[in-house]
Design a binder for this molecule. Sequence first.
Ligand code: GLA
Length: 391
Amino acid sequence: MRGERTLGSREELTRRFGPGEEPRVTRAPGRVNLIGEHTDYNGGYVLPFAIDRWTEVALWPRRDLLVKAYAQAFEEEFGFSLPLRDPTPSGGWADYLLGILLELAGRGELPHGFEVVIVGNVPLGAGLSSSASLEVALALGLSRLYGIELGDLDLVQLCQRAENTFVGTSCGIMDQYVSYFAREGTALLLDTRALRHRYVPLDLPGVAFLVIDSSVRRALSQSGYNDRRRECEEALHWLQRAFPDRGIATLSDVTEEDLEPLAREMPAHLWRRALHVVQENTRVLSTVAALERGDAEEVGRLVSASHASLRDLYEVSTPELDFLVEWGLAHGALGARLVGGGFGGVTLHLVPEGEADAYVAALRQAYRRKFGREARALEVRPGPGAKELNP
Ligand code: GLA
């Protein structure tokens, strides 16, 4: 997986950038979503955790108005001068920097330029929220650099807005939220309507969390993600017309009982999207209960049920993702599913710890034989949220 460096320690910084002024370094993690997929823009529940992989941003203020940026993963530089004059997105990593700066410029003064170096070890474009980790690390570092006061939730929403408006992906709030608020050793149960969360210890003794990458890449902004969002809006309008007195504001306001009698009336694909959202919300809460009882088998069963629903009702899976999941369930996984938006990217497998190495080796071989592609694997642990490393 690409992008394998971090620069947290003082020694590392001095070695790479010389003994001059020490930069301000912020770090924000990527995430895996245990369960609760495509619910975050439908007012539903999600249960992600931050992984022990992150993006780091080192910032030095400049005396002039120039901004010079370097992204190690792409070995690319990008420069411009402040103030920003209607920049247009180019589809590359610099869009995240421009998007965050545009949002910050709406909140305060950007009276000088800066230098920024971006490094990290979150696999890029795999569905592990490398983008959200970059946004959060930038927003945290730049708001502090400029002394722009942002509340915690403000900062998270600013990142989401940068992605929605400038980068051009209508993502929900899950990725940025967990990248900022995560706590080590826990998953975060987020109610995306109330924007309130609580921490759920992610402690299943003897279970390893493996991320297996299909190596199929599809940028979210170009994929069917935006189509699914549109379909959910259509489904919502349909349901609002069907139940005019109920004050339905999101798909999470309807129940399975509401949906059942509409199976023949509603356009079939809209009905399937709505049913997925409603059932996935229930699965999230059941997963929390199972985690609290330490019932790993039930967690696994729910995780696999989420995949089946994403495949059959939400229709965001691919033959590669289905293969990885089905192979896993036939070879000892407690549960497995695609993670993130879908249409490529990674799968999550809950596997008995002692079997993880053999499992990965055999799965990679089977995948290579079937698709002629490499399926890289990564064991992840629930890590902490964003922080400034040298405040
Ligand atoms: C992407 C988006 C999230 C969420 C997931 C699907 O990761 O960024 O907001 O919608 O897809 O659950």
